[in-house]
Design a protein around this ligand. Structure first.
Ligand code: F6R
Length: 263
């Protein structure tokens, strides 16, 4: 697990966006795993800007979102399909038919979950999976006690997650208690994982993820077993780490090494 500490949320987004740009330059027909929530918004804005300037194209990209609320139609303003269209897809040159979000309103969710897994396989697997992290250490909607080998499935949200996301629902609006989410096993198959975390509210979760122990109580700690995960955090989200200076020290060496390779 590579941990990169940046000054603030803008720098976190810039670092993450650069990884996506480089991937697109290397492989224009990349497969991306995408996330919703507040954290990736700045990164999406940076990618939108690069796309509109003509620096990168999503024309051949296929994407799979991590999760979706159960029983919200795709055009519901709080559905993750709607979020992705509004915040990202509407502003880039991606073919909408190549973007998938788990079908939260499928008649048979079990079959829908299996089909989602198959679609990821048929696309050749995910090149880069973008993740945020919940205050309770969830990734996707894999809440604490999730099986660390889980596949795409229906998952009950914890009270904490429901409270955290209540801010997006208006008073009196029914908030879903269930979701369809890629499993931790599904996420772990991505070739590269980029996890972003910003703000002090994420400090405990980041510490538990990075320092362990690996446990179903902090689902993100499973990423310790992933061979290519980059965790990009701001100073506030890094503030719980035992030795943040060590990660900065490593990053300095990495950058120097990269400069030498490029020279
Ligand atoms: C979103 C997702 C969630 C969020 C997490 C953090 O698709 O899967 O795991 O990444 O809840 O959310 P924010 O970024 O709003 O703090």
């Amino acid at each position: 697990m590579k941990v990169v500490i940046q000054d603030d949320a803008d720098a976190v987004a810039a670092y993450g966006a650069e990884i996506f740009r480089e991937q697109l330059q290397k492989k224009p027909a990349s497969v991306f795993g995408l996330a919703t929530g507040s954290t990736p918004l700045r990164l999406y804005q940076q990618l939108i800007q690069s796309n509109q300037q003509g620096d990168i194209s999503f024309a051949r990209v296929r994407s799979f979102n991590l999760d979706e609320y159960m029983d919200l139609p795709p055009d519901h303003p709080q559905s993750y399909r709607h979020f992705m269209d509004r915040e990202f897809f509407d502003h880039i040159d991606i073919d909408r038919d190549n973007t998938q979000v788990p079908p939260g309103n499928a008649d048979n969710p079990m079959i829908a979950c299996r089909n989602y897994e198959r679609a990821i396989q048929d696309a050749g697997g995910i090149d880069i999976q973008l993740l945020g992290i919940g205050r309770n250490g969830h990734i996707g909607f894999n809440e604490p006690t999730s099986c660390l080998a889980s596949r795409t499935r229906v998952k009950t949200l914890t009270r904490e997650t429901i409270e955290d996301n209540a801010r997006f629902f208006s008073d009196g609006e029914t908030q879903p208690q269930l979701s369809i989410t890629m499993g931790i096993g599904t996420i772990m198959e991505a070739r590269l994982i980029v996890l972003l975390a910003t703000g002090e509210g994420k400090a405990n979760a980041v510490k538990a993820m990075v320092e362990g122990p690996m446990s179903a109580w902090c689902p993100a700690s499973a990423l310790q077993m992933h061979p290519a995960t980059v965790v990009i955090v701001d100073e506030a989200a890094a503030s719980g780490l035992t030795d943040p200076g060590f990660f900065k020290h490593i990053e300095q060496h990495n950058q120097a090494l990269l400069a030498r390779i490029k020279a």
